[in-house]
Structure formats: C-alpha cells, structure tokens
Design a protein around this ligand. Structure first.
Ligand SMILES: *Cc1c(COP(=O)(O)O)cnc(C)c1O
Length: 523
C-alpha cells in the first residue's frame, strides 16, 4: 500500500517480513499490540468488585439505555498490553538518541531515587509550609545553583517547559515596559530566522508583533542586521545562544549593548545552555531573561510532553517583575510568597512547578559538582565535534567545516542527484536501530540534519553511530536508492502518511462491521 507521497506503508511483497509473514502478525519479539477496544471484551473485568446493592437511579430519562461499551481485560492481559506498549518506545535507555535541539540526555538513576524519596515524592502542594521546609530548601538551593551558573539576579522556578519559560520571561519584559509607560509604543520583538518556532509564537501570543532578523551565510546573527531594526518601537530581541545551528553567537555582547541602548530587553532562549554551563555566564553577556530547560541541560526526563521544567533567570532590570510563587527566608523559616504585590506580573501556574524535576536537577548538579557540570558541557561539545569531523568527508555542512557547539548541523547538499532525501536517510536510520536525528530544522539549512549525541555517549557508541552514518552515506552515493525509498523495512509500521496524519487525524475508534461467520457466507 502506498501513501500519497508514493511511499509504502505496508510490507512489500519482496520484504523479508512479508515473505515470512507470521500467523499472529508478530515478528519474533516485536509483538503486535491492538487497541484495548480490539482486544477487550465488554463482559470481562480484571477486578472482583462486589455487585452493588440495589441502587435507585435518580437520573430518570437521562439514564443510559444501552451498554457502556468499555472493554475489559483480565489482570495479566491488562499488564501485557501496557508493558508491550512501553516496549515500543525508543528512549535514551535503549540506544543513542541523536535528536538535535532536544538534548536527550542520560538521566542517572540516582536522580530518580532522590525524586522518589517519600519526603519529596509524597508531599502535596497544599500542605502547610511548616511541613515542607525541606522541599522549600531544595527549591532555594536549586535557585542558588541556577543563579550561580548564569550570574543573574532572580529566578522563577514555576514555568513547566521551555516554551512556558519563554512566556514567563516575555511577560516580565512586558510588565517592565508597562511600568515605563511604553506599552503603546514598544510593540515589536525581533526574532532571527533560525529561531525555534516557540520564540515567535510566544511573542505573538502576548500581543507583540514579530520582525525577523535575516540569517547570514555563516549561520550567526550579525549586529549590522540588528541595528537597522532597532528603535523606540522595539520591546526585545529573542536570541538563542548557542543557536539552533549549533553555533555560539559571537556578536552577542554587541547585540545586547545595542538593544539596551535602544531601550529594549534581551531575551535569550537558553535551551542550548547544556553546551556552555560553567564556561560562560549569560548574565555577563547582557542577557535580561533566559529560560533553562531542566529536561535538556540538567538531565531530567522530557517525559512525553511533560512534566518538563523551564525555570527563568532574570537580570536586575527585570527581577522585580518575577512571577509568584517564590521562596524567601523569614527568620528561621522558609516561606513561600504566594501573592503578587508590588511589580510582580502575577502567577503562571496553579502551584509551585515541577517538584520532581527540581529534585532530579539538583541531584544531578550536586552529584556532578560545578566542575562536573562544566565537564559535561565540554564533553557534549567534544562528542558533537567528533561526529562532525568523522562525517565531514561524506556529509555536507551548511556553514563550512568549522567547530560546532553541542550539536552538529548537516544539510542535504551531499544527497544532490542521489534520489535520496533527508527524510529517507532518517527512515533508513530506523532500520539500523537508531532514532533519527532532528530533520528539516533549523529552517535556514536546506534539508537540515541536526545531530546531538550529548556528553554521556562513549567513544565506542559514537564510533558505531559514525560507521552507520558513513555506510548510509556511501549507499546513497552509490545509488542504492531502494535501501532508502522504502525504509523503514524492519519496523512494525512502514512509512506513514505524516501529512494526512497531521491534517486529518482519526481520533476516535469506531467498531468495524462484525465479520460474517465463514459457513454462513458460504451458504
Ligand atoms: C526545546 C526548545 C525550546 C522549547 O522548549 P520546551 O521545553 O520543549 O517547551 C525552545 N527553544 C529551543 C531552541 C529549544 O531547543
């Protein structure tokens, strides 16, 4: 079966899998797992609940007439269903996860042990503060580390992701501009072409208009492109450093000075902080606000869409506008400031943020120490450059063969005239047992392939990855298009119609028509 891009979604007749089709659809230990609705039965339950005593329904005409239709499973069936689903995950615990811009970092088990300590794992956000002094101390200590790493004035811990942190930082900037009485005039936010999509989205969400800063051939933002855009209408610039091309913004200080001179603020997207921890402090570069993705830099899990944590550090110029809650010392005791008075812009979350992530991040910091955190950054940069250098003769780099930070960016120039695309390479990596790298981001590189190994990969694991990528590159160049065009051949599902999945998602399961018994059909 082909999707509307002409790619197969089912095993082709000549596939090893199809030739040896199994009765169950399982492929050895790769087991098919239907939906609960397909394997469950309405008359089965895994729980022995006592039959309810006669209850008089007060719903009248609103009472349900038919069966509820929820599937039931025996206890082992329910367990197998969820364990099998969990085994379909590819994660950092199963292999190298080269997704650039996302930093899929090893999460040491020590962090998990700390987060599960009963005194941290079992507390409730509504407990009286007198009973959670340890948790508040942990939040304060984490804040102290974040401020030391960044040389900033204040930190807001509560944002729950990087994008949420961007929102927090930009709301602080908006509040500062309002306090200056310039809300009506400072309405523009400058965002480079290479920015993560969340940057312009954040600025637009709170009513700023976004002006792009053009990309240069060297992948960096240049002061000459920023200065002409500055004026009394500019509220802020949102700059990522290191940027999404994996490069350090070398003119960042000049840009910060120019933005400040024009009366604007400097928001730094700190998602790539893991490349520079202990090497450079954003506060020294003139940054006014920056989010830190604990789930990228300080080794807490990304957790399938949440919970992440995106604390925001703020400069002296913005500290007064920080959101509540925050921890303060009141004599012998720690206490939470819960109500915004003064200049604070208010509150972003119902409670205090992701306590489990705070515990994991602090555990990572304390177990590494400041020097260890710095070494993690150095090793991340070394590993990325090792991959970059070992692939430089077979894959092309959009901004020349120069050292990168924590991630190596390639484009698809090396695939020219091969009939193989960036997407094809990514799919062929699945057959080799690798999660693909980030593809088609950043947009400033044509057919981008963004590879980030992180610091925790051994040289042996990097060497195998490099050898695999080289083998794929040679195959593409020698014209072995078939290895790519139908890939993945060995995955339980073939190439999906991603456009249709995004545009016309089927979100509701509907029961198929009952199958006619064979004899009856034959009659
Ligand atoms: C990951 C990332 C973000 C968003 O962070 P989330 O935690 O996913 O919301 C923003 N900018 C850059 C450069 C990123 O890599």
């Amino acid at each position: 079966m082909l999707n509307n891009q002409g790619r197969p979604t089912q095993p082709a007749a000549n596939d090893a899998g199809a030739m040896h089709a199994t009765f169950t659809g399982n492929r050895a230990l790769m087991q098919e797992e239907p939906l609960l609705f397909e394997i469950g039965r309405a008359d089965v339950s895994g729980v022995d609940a006592p039959a309810p005593k006669a209850v008089a329904s007060r719903l009248g005409a609103h009472a349900r007439q038919g069966e509820i239709g929820l599937p039931g499973l025996s206890e082992p069936e329910a367990m197998r269903h969820y364990v099998r689903l969990s085994q379909k995950n590819y994660g950092i615990d199963t292999g190298l996860f080269p997704l650039g811009s996302c930093t899929m970092k090893h999460n040491p088990r020590l962090n998990e042990k700390m987060a599960r300590l009963p005194g941290l794992g079992d507390i409730h956000p509504l407990q009286p503060v007198s009973t959670v002094q340890g948790a508040l101390a942990l939040m304060q200590e984490l804040s102290r580390w974040l401020l030391a790493f960044t040389n900033m004035e204040a930190v807001a811990l509560s944002p729950k992701a990087g994008a949420h942190g961007e929102l927090c930082g930009m709301m602080a900037i908006k509040a500062a501009i309002a306090a200056r009485g310039e809300s009506a005039t400072r309405t523009v936010v400058l965002v480079p072409d290479s920015a993560h999509g969340t940057n312009p989205a954040t600025a637009a969400l709170i009513g700023f208009s976004v002006k792009p800063v053009p990309a240069r051939a060297d992948g960096r933002v240049h002061i000459e492109d920023v200065t002409p855009l500055l004026g009394p209408d500019v509220a802020a610039i949102m700059l990522t450093n290191p940027n999404t091309c994996g490069l350090f913004e070398s003119q960042i200080q000049d840009i910060a000075d120019a933005v400040h001179a024009a009366g604007g603020y400097f928001y730094c997207d700190g998602a790539n902080f893991n490349a520079i921890v202990g090497k450079i402090r954003p506060g020294d570069l003139g940054v006014d606000a920056m989010h830190i993705n604990l789930h990228k830099t300080f080794s807490t899990p990304h957790g399938g869409g949440g919970p992440g944590a995106g604390p925001v550090v703020l400069s002296k110029r913005l500290a007064a506008y920080a959101p509540v809650p925050f921890v303060t010392r009141d004599g012998e005791r720690l206490t939470l400031v819960e109500h915004a008075d003064g200049e604070s812009f208010g509150r972003m979350t119902a409670f205090h943020g992701q306590m489990g992530m705070y515990a994991r991040a602090l555990s990572y910091m304390l177990s590494h120490g400041a020097d260890g955190c710095r070494q993690a950054s150095e090793d991340a940069v070394l590993n990325a450059n090792y991959i970059r250098a070992c692939l430089a003769d077979v894959m092309s780099q959009p901004f020349g063969e120069r050292p990168c930070m924590h991630e190596a960016l390639f484009d698809d120039h090396w695939l020219k005239d091969t009939g193989v695309t960036t997407l094809d390479v990514a799919k062929a990596m699945i057959d080799e047992g690798y999660h693909p790298m980030t593809i088609y981001f950043p947009l400033v590189a044509h057919g981008a392939m963004l590879i980030e190994p992180t610091e925790s990969e051994s040289k042996a694991s990097l060497d195998l990855f490099i050898a695999t990528m080289r083998d794929l590159a040679f195959a593409a160049k020698r014209g072995d298009v078939e290895r790519f065009s139908g890939a993945p051949y060995h995955a339980p599902r073939r190439r999906l119609d991603e456009t249709r999945a995004a545009r016309a998602p089927v979100l509701k399961w509907t029961a198929p028509a009952p199958i006619e018994p064979a004899q009856k059909a034959a009659e």
